[in-house]
Ligand binder design. Structure first.
Ligand SMILES: Cc1cc2nc3c(=O)[nH]c(=O)nc-3n(C[C@H](O)[C@H](O)[C@H](O)COP(=O)(O)OP(=O)(O)OC[C@H]3O[C@@H](n4cnc5c(N)ncnc54)[C@H](O)[C@@H]3O)c2cc1C
Length: 489
């Protein structure tokens, strides 16, 4: 338990005791009687997100940790009132967006109040002069896109979970979309935001994201995973639809060659919208399956450009030249376009990983001089576990390095039926693989976040620097009521 944790209210009281009923009536006063839910039918869906452990747990017939109640505020003022009540009684509060997070970040592991933000789904302003849009944080990202697509705009934040995750969830997790290589991650897209602090105060960050008025408050709350406050409104960038968007795909002899080609495209500062490269096992596992085409053995790489046609033609020509120097086959634009059309498909049934397999996406990021070594070391470590495979694609590329979407998959025959044993195996794989990543200069995560899953590695990741984060947390949330048990707090 964190050092600053203090006695919190025994939440079982909420349902069974007159004092609890008094607190419930305060919450009902804050958000409306119909928006405070105490039934199991409301609690169960707020106790399992996309993290493998709770899914396996429920699959094995075990009860997950329920919140004591779920509240659905509609305005920032209502969120503030809920936080004031929680702060007064020291009740744990867990923000809930779409529940699509893979790290257990939204799980109410200490019970208490889940604040489900999905009623806070209004678009407040599209500003076509400043190229920004302001919306409540509970809006599903796809709805935000639909609101502006017909008007000629896009946020260019297009993650595979676009239909089931919220703007606030992406901000809380430092999410990223398929076009990140040109348009940035969500932390590059944020302009300003409104946050409700653990004590209920409502604050706003500065109106523009580039300034020298001290450290950047946006970046303080982005990635905090609801441990420092609840993001209620956000202003993010919008972009006009590009005149054209083009893709091309190549096959390389091996992952080393395709990784190098991707690096050279970035080095040439050609500004691709996306580069996605698949190692040899994932080229077979995903590309061949989704495309329904047999390829020669090798590593698949696809890239795209968008903007004015003349510029895109030039960028494309240069990138193709780079790849043709070492690729074994130019698969052409048809394969590239096919990949773009299917871009979300990889993450949904029947192509995604699912129970009864055990699986995890390790989402590793490192500089170009280190990433390939980390890939091989993590693969070796992972595949020492019986019945376990390691596959990866490389999704988000920067000037200095790239992100590896590396996954382990344990064959169902090797996943213990006993849920406690299954957790033991699962934790062992994570711990050993992540240690290898850290020991070789990687960072534990690029966009899925830390959550419950990786909280125990934060001290190892940061070393003495973790005290800075802990001190900030303690200053803002002295009773550790905001999403306790996450991010190592
Ligand atoms: C099929 C699938 C594909 C995916 N693809 C991608 C992808 O391409 N890119 C990507 O980045 N992620 C992806 N993810 C992961 C997931 O969608 C992201 O982590 C997303 O950011 C979670 O958003 P959510 O609204 O579902 O948040 P939740 O899962 O509800 O919550 C996540 C965390 O954010 C906190 N939180 C939620 N809302 C707020 C708020 N308003 N203020 C403060 N804290 C808050 C929660 O407490 C929790 O800690 C994918 C997931 C799935 C299931």
């Amino acid at each position: 338990m964190p050092a600053h944790a203090v006695n919190k209210i025994n939440m079982a009281e909420l349902n069974h005791n007159y004092r609890g009923r008094m607190i419930i009536s305060e919450l009902e006063d804050a958000v409306g009687i119909q928006n405070v839910r105490l039934l199991d039918v409301d609690k169960l869906p707020h106790s399992v997100d996309y993290y493998w452990i709770p899914r396996m747990w429920v699959d094995r017939g075990k009860k997950p940790v329920y919140p004591d109640c779920v509240v659905y505020p509609e305005t920032t003022e209502q969120v503030s009132k809920v936080m004031r009540i929680a702060s007064h009684y020291r009740i744990p509060v867990t923000p809930w967006g779409g529940g699509s997070g893979s790290q257990g970040g939204a799980l109410p592991v200490e019970g208490g109040i889940v604040v489900d933000l999905k009623r806070m789904n209004k678009v407040l302003e599209l500003n076509t002069k400043a190229n920004t849009i302001t919306a409540q944080a509970g809006i599903i990202q796809q709805h935000l896109e639909w609101e502006i697509n017909d008007k000629g705009y896009s946020t260019m934040h297009l993650p595979a979970s676009i239909g089931c995750a919220t703007l606030g969830g992406y901000l809380a997790h430092r999410g990223t979309g398929v076009l990140s290589t040109k348009y940035g991650k969500i932390e590059d897209m944020i302009v300003s935001m409104e946050v409700v602090l653990p004590n209920g105060d409502i604050i706003n960050t500065l109106p523009v994201p580039r300034n020298a008025a001290g450290p950047d408050l946006n970046q303080f709350f982005v990635g905090a995973e609801g441990t420092l406050g609840i993001i209620t409104t956000a202003t993010v960038k919008v972009f006009e639809h590009p005149e054209c968007r083009m893709f091309n795909a190549f096959l390389f002899k091996n992952m080393h060659d395709s990784l190098e080609a991707g690096r050279l495209i970035m080095n040439a500062r050609l500004q691709p919208t996306v580069i996605r490269m698949y190692d040899e096992p994932e080229t077979i596992h995903q590309i061949e399956r989704v495309f329904g085409t047999k390829l020669e053995k090798g590593s698949f790489l696809v890239f795209g450009f968008d903007g004015e046609k003349e510029i895109v033609d030039y960028q494309m020509k240069k990138a193709v030249e780079i790849c043709e120097a070492t690729a074994i086959q130019n698969l052409g634009s048809k394969f590239g376009e096919q990949w773009w059309k299917n871009k979300y498909k990889f993450y949904f049934p029947p192509y995604c990983l699912d129970l009864p397999q055990a699986y995890g996406t390790m989402d590793t990021v490192a500089t170009y001089d280190k990433i390939e070594n980390i890939y091989w070391k993590m693969k070796t470590t992972c595949e020492q576990f019986p019945g376990t495979r390691f596959i990866a694609h490389f999704s988000h590329w920067y000037d200095w390095g790239c992100m590896m979407y590396d996954r382990f998959i344990v064959d169902p025959a090797f996943v213990p039926e006993d849920p406690d044993e299954a957790i033991r195996l699962y934790q062992q794989i994570w711990t050993e693989c992540i240690r290898v990543c850290l020991d070789n200069g990687g960072v534990i995560n690029e966009h899925h976040g830390v959550g419950l899953k990786l909280g125990y590695m934060m001290q190892e990741q940061y070393g003495p620097a973790f005290q800075v984060l802990s001190a900030l947390k303690k200053a803002l949330d002295p009773y550790n009521i905001m999403n306790p048990g996450k991010m190592g707090f």
